[in-house]
Design a protein around this ligand. Structure first.
Ligand code: XIL
Length: 501
């Protein structure tokens, strides 16, 4: 089947129940329009049509009418942090502001994201607490608001700066112990404050029959790469954490405080990175979005509106990217007011929409199904943008190599779109432990790898080889690890061959 036909069939299958054919500038396009053909005029309505939430961080003093009008999700900017609500024994105190925010959200049909429980900063009386005390606080916080909180950031900012890919070294990460000295905290016998906090949170959720989803949240984890194309080791470390603790973690937050720091810019692989987390089965959220509009030389803010559009599009193109939250209403009221990174100017309830607002609204109104790339309406959508991917149906079913080499085996699952794909490769050790692995596969002509994560790659077309990196080579008998790569062209049916060492 030619790829154009495949694309048309897929669009038809996804879009027909909710789509209409529209004439835009003479070209026929397909748009996901929900129940109404007209473009929505608020962020929350446009987002709801596209199947995601659009939220804002706020404090009680900022709850003017714009909050309930424009947003359908609310994150307390400071009022649920341990510094405000925790005592040194993990009991709750001063929950008045948090209650005000939760009540406001409920009366305005907004979801709430609880923010946050286990964090090195703004820990207040909890600073230096033991895991047992953290667990007490986790239980109290979850049970205090129950299902009135849809998502909780259980662990915030666990990873260090400067793209080291390491955990932070200050409390609460001083609770960690690497028993066998292999450089990670994933093994039996290790102590890991991330794992143990999520285990506790999951127990509380299950014991209370709660629907609250448990998230891990961090910054500088947005792209597969950072400026200059260096792999984003912080994002890779987060990916490893989520993969290892998938049974306890429901959602991943990319803070998305984009600025001039080389690790904090918007890269073209934002969408592919969202996709690889989504492929683990978790929801992905953009949780604290603001985009620097600094006009200095190394500025990323020129075209702030286009940057906003890019981030919204990357989320819309991944079905499991289920929400975007901006970190405040107006520039003047932002925690980074000098960077003018938000959607409104003005203040104190009197707000004016910026170009960034219009770009976000417009992009949300396009929905998850991109319009025909040849139409004038789609000029800001990159031609390789994949259509909405069905969450559980890879376009090519996972393939098992016919003759797995003794020692390890590999399977591939693909998410493909016209002109590109993301492959996730699962490597599984055989009946004995292995110290390293290498996977070879042959791409059909016309296909090429553009980047890979959690593996060292040689070659980009034809026969391509992927070897383990330092942290995922050693596997116990039957244990699995995953790496991934993105490519252009059509991947076809890939038959990976795994060799163990
Ligand atoms: C910030 C708030 O916006 C400020 O008002 C406060 O002074 C400091 O914290 N990452 C997070 C947020 O997870 O909680 C931080 O919020 C911004 C960075």
């Amino acid at each position: 089947m030619d790829s154009g036909l495949k694309q048309r069939k897929r669009v038809a299958r996804i879009a027909l129940p909710t789509a209409a054919l529209l004439l835009v500038g003479g070209a026929v396009t397909v748009q996901s329009i929900g129940s109404a053909a007209a473009a929505e005029t608020t962020l929350r309505a446009a987002a709801a049509n596209a199947g995601l939430f659009f939220g804002v961080a706020a404090s009680p003093g900022r709850l003017t009418s714009i909050v309930g009008q424009e947003f359908n999700q609310l994150t307390p900017e400071n009022d649920m942090k341990p510094a405000t609500i925790a005592t040194s024994s993990g009991a709750l105190q001063n929950t008045g502001n948090a209650d005000t925010l939760v009540n406001y959200a409920q009366s305005n049909n907004m979801l709430v994201r609880g923010h946050t429980m286990v964090w090195h900063s703004q820990a207040g009386a909890l600073q230096g607490a033991s895991q047992a005390t953290l667990n007490t606080f986790i239980g109290n916080a979850l049970n205090r608001w129950g299902n009135r909180i849809a998502y909780w950031d259980v662990v915030n900012e666990a990873l260090g700066d400067n793209n080291t890919g390491s955990r932070r070294t200050q409390w609460p990460h001083t609770l960690n112990r690497d028993a066998n000295g292999d450089g990670d905290f994933f093994d039996t016998g290790d102590t890991d404050v991330i794992r143990d906090s999520f285990i506790r949170a999951k127990q509380v959720v299950q014991a209370g029959g709660l629907t609250t989803k448990l998230c891990i949240n961090d910054y500088d984890v947005e792209g597969l790469t950072v400026q200059g194309g260096t792999p984003n080791r912080k994002a890779n470390a987060l990916y490893d954490i989520v993969r290892n603790y998938r049974q306890y973690i429901d959602c991943v937050g990319f803070q998305a405080h984009f600025n001039d720091n080389p690790n904090s810019i918007i890269t073209n692989d934002l969408q592919a990175n969202i996709q690889r987390f989504a492929d683990l089965g978790v929801e992905v959220h953009i949780t604290e979005l603001d985009i620097d509009d600094d006009l200095s030389n190394n500025d990323i803010g020129a075209g702030q509106a286009e940057n906003y559009r890019k981030v919204v599009r990357a989320c819309l193109n991944v079905a499991k990217c289920t929400g975007i939250t901006v970190w405040g209403i107006a520039d003047s009221e932002s925690w980074r007011s000098s960077e003018r990174g938000l959607l409104f100017t003005g203040g104190s309830g009197n707000y004016q929409k910026k170009a960034a607002y219009t770009a976000v609204l417009d992009e949300l109104n396009k929905g998850r199904v991109p319009v025909n790339p040849t139409s004038p309406a789609s000029t800001t959508t990159p031609p390789t943008t994949p259509p909405t991917t069905p969450p559980v149906t890879p376009s090519v079913p996972p393939t098992t190599p016919p003759n797995p080499t003794p020692g390890c085996s590999a399977t591939v699952s693909l998410n493909s779109w016209t002109g590109g794909f993301v492959a996730t490769v699962k490597v599984t050790a055989g009946s004995a432990p292995i110290n390293g692995w290498s996977v070879q596969l042959t791409l059909p002509s016309g296909a090429a790898v553009t980047n890979a994560w959690n593996a060292n790659r040689s070659g980009s077309s034809g026969a391509v080889q992927f070897g383990n990196v330092s942290y995922n080579g050693r596997l116990n008998a039957g244990q699995s690890t995953e790496f991934g790569f993105q490519g252009t062209g059509a991947a076809g049916n890939l038959s990976p061959v795994c060799t163990a060492s």
